[in-house]
Design a protein around this ligand. Sequence first.
Ligand SMILES: [Zn+2]
Length: 408
Amino acid sequence: MVVRTYKFRLYPNEKQQKKLLQNFRICKEVYNSLLAESRKLWTTRRFDFNLLVKDMKITCPKYYSRAYSQVLQNVSDRLTKSFMNFFRRIKEKKSGKKLKVGFPRFKSRIISITYPQSGFRIIKGNRLYASKIGNLPVKLHRVMKGKIKTMTLKRNNANQWFAYFTCETEKKKTKHCFKKYVGIDVGIESFAVFSNGELIDNPKHLFKSEQKLKKFQRKLSRKKKKSNNRKIARIKVARQYNNIVNQRQDFLHKLSNKITKSYSFIAVENLTITNMVKNHCFAKHINDASWGTFIQMLSYKAVACGGQLVKVNPRGTTTNCSNCGSKQEMPLSTRIYDCPNCGLVLHRDVNSARNIFDYSRAGQARTYTPVDRFAHAFPFSRKVSKLEEAGTTRDEPSKATDAGSHAL
Ligand SMILES: [Zn+2]
């Protein structure tokens, strides 16, 4: 079984928005009063939140009937979950793990409500009926596959409304019908560089959007605290920020789709936050975040396509020669790898991408490949001045060396 979530934009009118916000408020109150109740009882570990919800409804039936009953039950499920996590953390602490146990906290707001199985349906393809809210205009921009399980209504920080549907589908088994291999290096100058020399640039429109965001942020900082103008400016910033995130996401989805569909074996750096330079620059921050997301997308899409993704320890990928394995200092300003040992001249990121690929094939253990290993694929193994010639493919390394060692 595969669970997929689909997200659709909603356009509720003012009356519906009021109802939605009121639902959020009711859920918050239910959550907090359940938590207050459980604070007295939690040591016994015997409490039935669902029963407590029923009791609450009896005390003030008119008020609580404004929310759908299962939505309120879902609130109790959420609290149960946070208690389960709390108990799990206690257990982990006892077994010696260093962490804060953290008792579940009171909420100052709840920003989404969930219909766990019923109380909603799609009408005529452009309306979403949600019990106790009404018929919400919805933009169904794609077809959902599988059986719809739950629906969540949510408002983001830019005051836009969304519906999330989780769907269950059968897992399809697929296999790549061809064997193509690639190593990928992610960088600052280009977004990604392939071991065959292909460069993927950062999308240009993103830079424009970032400039626009900076402008909005400057405007926001000049607004008086707690003023109405500040509120409006804050929403503008949030919208622009979301735009950037969406544009990034779109770019990453398309790129990872393309890669996983055309390569059956993909090697990437094993990025960890610790070996990424901590930088407060905003554009850099987005970049860092998107590398992680990119690799995540690659890994699940590769599996879905029947391919394979291998993560490689990035140590030495930039400093070592991808041809002879000798090492030299590579400061960031040096854009071209010029090997004094074997005479390889290559774009620095292409060199890293090739190393990443090599390490993945060698089980991360460094193996020095003979100079003539790629001789037929790379005519430049002796000194070549033109960088363009570095773009030769090496999609099928199994032909370059003995086929047996590359069987996947
Ligand atoms: Zn070399």
